[in-house]
Ligand binder design. Structure first.
Ligand SMILES: [Zn+2]
Ligand SMILES: [Zn+2]
Length: 266
């Protein structure tokens, strides 16, 4: 359990009865990193028995509602739970205005410090260094400014010298259309999450809306030589979800169509 990914939501724009919008938690030696925070994330955290107060940092890919509408309720609840530890939020610059508006209207009881780190890079850059993990952000290609995140485990300061150490890694590619540099930036990770909003036959729609198909996600995984591919951010128009994994597996066999509540150990 010391490097574990929990999926909170795999829906795209529209929350549906059995699927929440995007949110994930990467747990590294007990420290929690929240990646995107769609509506319903608080309840998903409760169901998964994840402590709100152990969240060290939040990574928001972009300011579409299905990736951020859950953060404001969560910030309030953290205050009610007595959080005193500062919270780091990595998000595009435009999040600053939204956060200021939220704090001016609803921030009375929030006693802990919320530090917004604006993301503005053109290529991968280390944004957060924790005791056990280093996080890089990199730009994606979406309708609005959008970022992905790569988590690389750091060599522990103290470990038995005769024990081999293999650093684990995870990359999260939020809403994006395919582009050539992406595979380079997520190269060799153990697990790659790549959005796959549409099946291959809806490639026109994917391109028009700056999204990817299951096939394009699989091509990225193959080119990057990752260990395993997770799909998500499914369009609510697609009824039979088995099509996503089937299509992707033809190109990249170790593909899993992620579901809300899934857990992946590294
Ligand atoms: Zn989205
Ligand atoms: Zn989006």
């Amino acid at each position: 359990m010391n490097f574990t990914l929990k999926i909170m939501g795999t829906a795209s724009a529209m929350p549906i009865s059995d699927r929440n919008p995007s949110a994930q938690v990467l747990s590294v030696h007990g420290r929690l990193f929240l990646i995107d925070c769609g509506e319903g994330t608080q309840q998903q955290l409760r169901r998964q028995k994840l402590s709100f107060l152990k969240i060290e940092a939040v990574f928001l890919s972009h300011l579409h509602g299905d990736h951020v509408f859950g953060i404001f309720g969560l910030l309030s609840t953290m205050a009610m739970l007595g959080r005193t530890q500062e919270l780091h939020i990595y998000a595009p610059p435009a999040f600053g205005d939204v956060l200021r508006f939220f704090l001016s209207s609803f921030g009375d009881g929030i006693a802990y410090e919320i530090i917004h780190h604006p993301l503005e890079m053109q290529a991968p850059e280390v944004v957060h260094t924790s005791r056990y993990v280093e996080v890089r952000a990199f730009p994606l290609r979406h309708k609005i400014e959008c970022y992905g995140f790569r988590f690389d485990e750091l060599v522990p300061r103290r470990r038995p010298s005769n024990e081999p150490f293999r650093a684990r890694s995870y990359a999260y590619c939020s809403d994006t259309m395919p582009f050539p540099e992406l595979a380079e930036w997520v190269k060799g990770v153990d697990i790659l999450y790549h959005e796959s909003t549409y099946p291959a036959e809806m490639a026109d729609k994917a391109a028009a809306r700056f999204h990817s198909t299951s096939l394009q996600a699989a091509e990225c995984a193959r080119d990057a030589g990752v260990g395993r591919l997770l799909l998500g951010h499914y369009s609510s128009r697609v009824r039979d979800l088995s099509v996503y994994a089937r299509e992707a597996q033809a190109v990249f066999p170790d593909t899993v169509a992620a579901d809300d509540g899934d857990t992946f150990d590294f």
